[in-house]
Design a protein around this ligand. Structure first.
Ligand code: BG6
Length: 501
């Protein structure tokens, strides 16, 4: 995030472990294609898929191209909708494939040879594999001397989920830090690749106005919502052992919380930004078991409808236990115990199969006093909200009260707004472009440091512990906005959820 002029990234060999998986074809290759289209990849950059199925370099490249063509036809979200054959041919020349078992020494000998053949010694190992391979691959890379940086940089990108609770995240960090330094580790959270998420920091800290009221004197509470219309799709087996809390909260939702709540960093550099994030997430109050239960709601979608379309319940989804008690929706109340935020609740909610797709932060300000309106027999003024919409309609909106024109004194809610589409022409992107580019250039600002990850798990661990022997899931119909208990969570505090969509 330091740069305003973009240079071609340094050359390297980028090894994609889990090359035949969804992430590579859906997101990483389209992102690399977009970077190549924008002239940001060095001519010497090589991309090498690593996986156990046998294939040649050409077969691997052809499969990727075929997938991207199909995507063009379906014009899926984030896809570049006009795969240019010439551009692709340029990229395809740099694509290779290496057949190998992730846990066999021979694979790492082959990798070493590929690096030797390149004219530079730089290498990035991208772990787009199932998380059960993370520690094994990293140990093998270390044992084979492939993380030694004497002949060029060596970096490892780790996808989520990074652990499934605090203890496993700590163990994984310890395993990584045994064979390399923190500077070599790039823990990805794809939310940080989103323009609108990066914009929270820029908007907060470049507009003098915001800082004046960004605290517990003026803000009543904050709501962070990530509502999805999709169900668990083909990921039933993974999701059933994960659930909405682990899948979305310690990572994506806490990134949003940190962007909104952190103190201004001394600079927009990796260490300063990540230190402030670690501090604010570390300041989340650890609830007792009873309070964790009181301040959380777990929901699970049952059969429902989207328009006229009938939707199955979660327990009927493929590869899901028909008696599953896994949550597909979670709502939480958390408190941040520091000077800026003491007394300001942060309400978080995320769910699958909700009525609309909407990721947003709603900042609710304290209401104006009523005395001056009492004699005029006016309703109490509604609180002002600042809504920062991350997706799909990216922008920021501020609710104000205004007088409706006419002889009567009537107040109405109006909006000041900024929509990205009205100001900026955005190229199609997957969100991974910035992250891959930053990894190539060695900028860790948008990646999670070990303490960021561990503080996130530390803050959700009380909920995981409390739910172990209690907390049945509350049903909600697919296509609706979560269980009634989530409304009660706010009603108890005399508040309501900001309407989504
Ligand atoms: C992923 C989760 O990390 O994020 C998915 O595993 C979820 O379950 C996805 O659907 C949401 O990402 P986005 O960018 O669509 O908000």
């Amino acid at each position: 995030m330091n740069k305003h002029e973009i240079d071609v990234a340094p050359p390297c060999t980028l090894f994609l472990f889990g090359a035949n998986g969804d992430l590579v074809k859906r997101l990483l290759m389209p992102a690399l294609y977009n970077l190549s289209r924008d002239g940001l990849l060095d001519k010497q950059l090589r991309i090498v898929g690593v996986d156990h199925n046998a294939a040649t370099d050409a077969e691997f490249a052809e499969r990727l191209q075929a997938f991207m063509r199909e995507r063009d036809k379906g014009a899926g979200e984030g896809a570049d909708k006009c795969l240019d054959d010439k551009l692709w041919a340029r990229l395809a020349k740099r694509i290779g494939y290496l057949t190998g078992d992730f846990l066999e020494d021979a694979t790492y000998q082959d990798i070493a040879q590929r690096i030797e053949k390149s004219r530079n010694g730089n290498a990035i190992f991208y772990l787009a594999t199932s998380p059960r391979f993370f520690s094994g691959v990293v140990q093998k890379l270390g044992a084979a001397g492939l993380l030694d940086e004497s002949n060029g940089f060596r970096r490892v990108v780790v996808e989520k989920p990074f652990g499934h609770d605090l203890a496993s995240a700590e163990a994984l960090n310890a395993c990584l830090l045994k064979v390399m330094s923190e500077k070599q580790i790039f823990r990805i959270d794809h939310y940080l690749g989103k323009e609108t998420v990066q914009n929270i920091l820029v908007s907060r800290f470049s507009n003098g106005l915001f800082e004046a009221f960004w605290n517990n004197h003026y803000i009543d509470h904050v709501q962070i919502t990530a509502a999805e219309t999709v169900g668990v799709e083909t990921r039933g087996a993974f999701y059933d052992t994960t659930g909405a809390l682990r899948d979305m909260v310690p990572n994506h939702l806490f990134q949003l919380l940190a962007m909104v709540a952190m103190e201004p960093p001394a600079a927009f550099g990796a260490d300063a930004v990540r230190t402030e994030k670690a501090k604010v997430i570390g300041a989340i109050r650890p609830w007792s078991k009873a309070m964790a239960l009181k301040n959380s709601v777990r929901g699970q979608y049952v059969e429902g409808k989207q328009g006229r379309k009938k939707l199955p319940g979660y327990r009927q989804e493929p590869r899901v236990d028909p008696e599953s008690n896994t949550e597909t929706y979670v709502a939480l109340k958390v408190m941040i115990d520091n000077w800026r935020w003491v007394g300001v609740p942060f309400y978080l909610r995320t769910g699958k199969r909700m009525s609309v797709r909407d990721t947003e932060i709603a900042i609710c300000f304290k209401p104006a006093p009523y005395a001056q309106f009492r004699d005029a027999d006016l309703e109490r003024p509604k609180p002002n909200y600042l809504k920062i919409q991350i997706q799909p309609n990216e922008g920021m909106w501020f609710d104000l009260q205004a007088k409706r024109p006419g002889p009567a004194l009537v107040m109405e809610n109006v909006e000041l707004g900024f929509a990205y589409k009205d100001f900026f022409k955005m190229q199609p992107s997957t969100g991974y472009e910035t992250l891959i580019y930053d990894c190539l250039t060695g900028d860790q600002t948008l990646f999670q440091r070990a303490d960021n990850i561990e503080n996130g798990w530390r803050a959700v661990q009380p909920f995981l512990d409390a739910w172990k022997d209690a907390a049945e899931v509350q049903p909600y119909p697919a296509g609706e906005d979560g269980p009634a208990a989530a409304d009660e969570l706010l009603a108890r505090d005399r508040r309501v959820w900001h309407s989504i969509g």
